[in-house]
Design a protein around this ligand. Sequence first.
Ligand code: ATP
Length: 313
Amino acid sequence: MKSESNQLQAFVAGDAFESLLRGRSWPATDEVLHRLDQLGLSVLVQRQRCAIPTPPTLLDIDWIRSQLTTSIELQYDFVVESTNRLALAHGGVKPAVYLAEFQAQGRGRSGRQWISPFGANLMLSFVRQLNLGVTDLAGLSLAIGSRLVGCLRSKGVKGLTLKWPNDLLVDGHKTAGILIEIDVVSPAKVCVVVGIGLNVEACPEPGDIGQTASKLRMATELSRSELAAIVINELSEALADFEDQGLEPILKSWSQVDGFIGQSVRVVQNEESVFGKNLGIDERGNLLLQTADGLRAFSVGDVSLRANAGATS
Ligand code: ATP
């Protein structure tokens, strides 16, 4: 018996989906409607036939490949379980990027889910090896996030900030998540996977994720393919720079990207909240919070930062 994601992969490789993507209608069987629902696509049903009212514009992989500034393998799929999982299996001896139009099991930190409909957003994982030990990787997600914010701002994306440790926000709402996973190759070499889920055309409803999300389309006219090329090139440079210089260059510019600097915030850890003023980060990327009990530092671990809505300062 095929797994659900194998069945979904078979569906997106079949005639029904090809026709629907071309804007044609197809018999509205339970199976077809179920698969389109799983892919998060809205469907129009009329006289027992269905259609996708606005079929997504797929990523232009050949064009993206032509824009890459260094030699990177690029693998593109319609449906995968998770791009991070594929990238981890690759091992990163040569840098590679996995891109997908849909993840059947998109993941965030601590096994949380990443939700994104087929063909609307960007989901990619960059894998390469770094000549660093595991302890040298403290702050890598901050370095990546900070570089992406800087780079996208330089391309005209408006209202973009970073929420420590790993979220990109547009107008204060979550637009992208970064999930870093590592495999130890030797004491001085790691395989690093940087997974990015970036909302471009669509974002989930607050009722589905417990927070208000946003999308880049509110902030830029760049296409998904343009954004993919920009993000891949920046990740490539950011990882090389991190291998050479660590977090040092990021520390100087942190206050320009941190969307909550100097603000009253709440840090949620093990379902408990700690309130304080966000003073930025220390040299290892720990969050510094001025609390009523003094200065506290929080490591990246499983900690979430929230605006302290009720605060006056
Ligand atoms: P938090 O967002 O609470 O700070 P986190 O940084 O640990 O948590 P991630 O690992 O980046 O979270 O992403 C998983 C979380 O993001 C989910 O629990 C859900 O709340 C939210 N989420 C899932 N899909 C999306 C999406 N497409 N856009 C914005 N947020 C999403």
